[in-house]
Design a protein around this ligand. Structure first.
Ligand code: AP5
Ligand code: MG
Ligand code: ZN
Length: 225
């Protein structure tokens, strides 16, 4: 019998769909590390690396960072020991070229993608979510001023860190990120649908309801229950 692990999940959805919120909540429960390409770029930027500075010029315009550097950054991260059991990929792949590089990498190690949950949310709701999002400068936890507020304004519940607004969460950049998503990333839904890997989840429901729907779909694939 082939083993379920390593298990790779790919969370697809437009900016603001809840990929990061859900991946962070599910990583402990599933024992699968969240690997967010956006978070990796922001970490590089915080550390003022060459990659971080390059990425910033794209992120601030809401454009995708070039495939070459993105693919090698995520592949390096996936080789670390905390991904030995698999990972929840959040924000990667985002182009057909990235998807095909991931296929090549997984084939090389004899593993495959277990499931591709697609989170669907209307554009109007996405814009409200992104423009009200706040993120902890210290631990990266995500909040929303209305939908998921911290107990104390501007202070992280988890670590007491300061909350800030991402530079790409301005209305103008959000609009371009949505455009880029529909043009460059949404074709991946067809790519994975054709491989019978997608499951569609209504991401406009409450955070806890989405969490349960994701968990049920993932557990069914991983453990047949
Ligand atoms: P990235 O950081 O991946 O941003 P994104 O895809 O635009 O997605 P977001 O993080 O904005 O949304 P999310 O789905 O994680 O939503 P969240 O859970 O935070 O990428 C940033 C940039 O990096 C890109 O634009 C690009 O430049 C570059 N990049 C990254 N990966 C790349 C790649 N592979 N290739 C090339 N370039 C790449 O939720 C959003 C808000 O809504 C929060 O405030 C949250 O509290 C709230 N919320 C969540 N769920 C709910 C709910 N159910 N109800 C109400 N509110 C909710
Ligand atoms: Mg995110
Ligand atoms: Zn924090």
């Amino acid at each position: 019998m082939t083993s379920t692990y390593p298990a790779y999940l790919i969370f697809i959805g437009p900016p603001g769909a809840g990929k990061g919120t859900q991946a962070a909540m599910l990583e402990k429960e599933l024992g699968l590390k969240q690997v967010s390409s956006g978070d990796l770029f922001r970490e590089n930027l915080k550390n003022q690396t060459e990659l971080g500075l390059l990425a910033k010029s794209y992120i601030d315009r809401g454009e995708l960072v070039p495939d070459g550097v993105t693919i090698s950054m995520v592949q390096d991260r996936m080789q670390r020991p905390d991904c030995a059991r698999g990972a929840i990929l959040d924000g990667f792949p985002r182009t057909l070229e990235q998807a095909s590089a991931l296929d090549g990498m997984l084939a090389g190690q004899g593993s495959r993608i277990a499931l591709v949950p697609v989170l669907t949310v209307d554009d109007d709701a996405l814009i409200a979510r992104l423009t009200g999002r706040r993120v902890c400068r210290n631990c990266g936890a995500t909040y929303h001023v209305v939908f998921n507020p911290p107990r104390v304004e501007s202070v992280c519940d988890a670590c007491g860190g300061e909350l800030y607004q991402r530079s790409d969460d301005s209305l103008e950049t959000v609009r371009n990120r949505l455009y880029v998503y529909y043009k460059q990333t949404s074709p991946l839904i067809g790519y994975y649908y054709a491989k019978d890997l997608t499951t569609f989840i209504d991401g406009s429901q409450a955070i806890e309801v989405v969490r349960q729907a994701l968990l049920d779909a993932i557990q069914t694939v991983l453990h047949g229950k």
